[in-house]
Design a protein around this ligand. Structure first.
Ligand SMILES: Cc1cc2nc3c(=O)[nH]c(=O)nc-3n(C[C@H](O)[C@H](O)[C@H](O)COP(=O)(O)OP(=O)(O)OC[C@H]3O[C@@H](n4cnc5c(N)ncnc54)[C@H](O)[C@@H]3O)c2cc1C
Length: 382
């Protein structure tokens, strides 16, 4: 896509003109889905980024979607739902049938359909292989879903959920990677109970614990081959990691800018605090680390868009960017001193999402595990 940065930045200006920071603060503090932001992004055509023009999309690839996430976050209007949208759509575009692409990708382009993603279970956590939610095939080809998921973002606000479930129980598979399948689940289907969670993430999204009691999933909503869902899933994880890296870079730049501006004017001992190395160097370190993380993110998205393996870069980018984002908010908060705790300065508000990016969608220890084992060739450590 030519001039992607200019097109995205102009469209984001259009979004900004419609969305006040007070609206964002309210959604973030109350864990509300930011419908007005979603609609403004849709109006600017931004939800069609990353989908081929032949399907009615704007074209572009993961690079453009990551640039969008970075820009929105840098402007304080981050939309977590875009990460999940990009992840679900990349899975569907790669593994879905033509009919599934028409039903689940095309209606998302103008924002009229929202998607979420569900893999996490209370007793499995990071070890998703241990999931117990089971989809059992019926004689008519449909599936019956039973089990539980937790932490699922925007489930009730979404129309469909890309859900990962076992079609063969864990105890019956020789290889833990087998027997896992992916489905598009109608979030309004009978037999689903969604309980909202009370979290302090300060993100404009709501999480749910879900209970499935004989929920019917039509045969035509199975994505890819039954029992081979892990192949589809792995395709979705690298774009997600690069997307989260982009959120951290954008939000990290925003908090760093705030810290620097404040350090230039705050002068309790007459000289601006930014002239003290104790304040200046942590800000400078954070800047260097954010820039380095962006380079790794760019390398990862370019490999992904070229259809090449980007797993090492996606893992490294997520690790570096989430650490750099947290470093930036830490340095900015130190510069603000006591004022960092005032809601009006937004730093305490951005502290939690930047810390969260080190933990979810996957913790940084797993990034290190990947690098240790698959990049350095060390023995598996867990
Ligand atoms: C705000 C929010 C939104 C979320 N949205 C979604 C969603 O939309 N869909 C979804 O499916 N899930 C979602 N999640 C779940 C998220 O992906 C999980 O929280 C995450 O995968 C970690 O699982 P866990 O919290 O059970 O951690 P656990 O598995 O209990 O791990 C706890 C800690 O132990 C350490 N650890 C664990 N395993 C290892 C290891 N092998 N090596 C070294 N250290 C290890 C890590 O430090 C880790 O942080 C969300 C979570 C949050 C908080």
């Amino acid at each position: 896509m030519e001039d992607a940065a200019a097109i995205i930045s102009q469209a984001v200006e259009g979004v900004k003109s419609k969305i006040s920071l007070d609206y964002m603060r309210k959604c973030q503090r109350e864990g509300l889905f930011p419908y007005a932001l979603w609609d403004a992004c849709a109006e600017q055509g931004l939800l069609a980024l990353g989908v081929p023009e032949a399907l009615g999309g704007l074209g572009g690839g993961l690079r453009e979607q990551c640039l969008l996430l970075e820009t929105l976050n840098r402007e304080g209007i981050g939309l977590q739902a875009i990460v999940i949208l990009a992840m679900d759509r990349s899975t569907l575009l790669k593994h879905g049938t033509e009919d599934q692409i028409q039903r689940f990708v095309v209606p998302t382009l103008d924002g009229s359909m929202k998607l979420c993603f569900a893999i996490t279970e209370p007793n499995a956590g990071t070890n998703a292989f241990k999931m117990t939610t089971l989809a059992t095939r019926q004689d008519d080809g449909s599936y019956r879903l039973n089990g539980q998921k937790t932490w699922i973002s925007n489930f009730k606000e979404s129309d469909y959920c890309l859900i990962v479930a076992r079609t063969t129980p864990f105890k019956d598979v020789a290889d833990r990677r087998e027997g896992i399948s992916m489905f598009m689940l109608d979030t309004k289907a009978a037999g689903i109970t969604a309980q909202p969670l009370q979290l302090g993430t300060n993100q404009a999204s709501q999480q749910y614990t879900l209970f499935f009691d004989d929920v019917v999933i039509p045969a035509e909503n199975l994505i890819g081959e039954e029992g081979k869902g892990l192949k589809c899933l792995f395709h979705a994880l690298n774009p997600e990691r690069l997307s989260v890296a982009s959120m951290s870079i954008g939000l990290g730049e925003l908090v760093l800018r705030k810290g620097v501006e404040y350090a230039k004017i705050r002068a309790p001992f007459d000289a601006p605090i930014g002239s003290y190395q104790g304040v200046q160097h942590p800000l400078a370190y954070a800047k260097a680390h954010l820039e380095a993380a962006r380079l790794m993110r760019d390398k990862g998205v370019d490999l992904y868009d070229a259809g090449r393996n980007c797993a090492p870069e996606a893992n490294m980018a997520k690790l570096l960017a989430s650490d750099a984002g947290f470093e930036a908010v830490n340095a900015a908060m130190q510069a603000f001193g006591g004022s960092s705790m005032a809601w009006e300065n937004d730093l305490i508000a951005y502290f939690t999402p930047l810390r969260l990016n080190q933990i979810a969608p996957i913790n940084n220890q797993m990034m290190l595990n990947y690098i240790g084992e698959h990049v350095l060739g060390l023995p598996k450590s867990y």
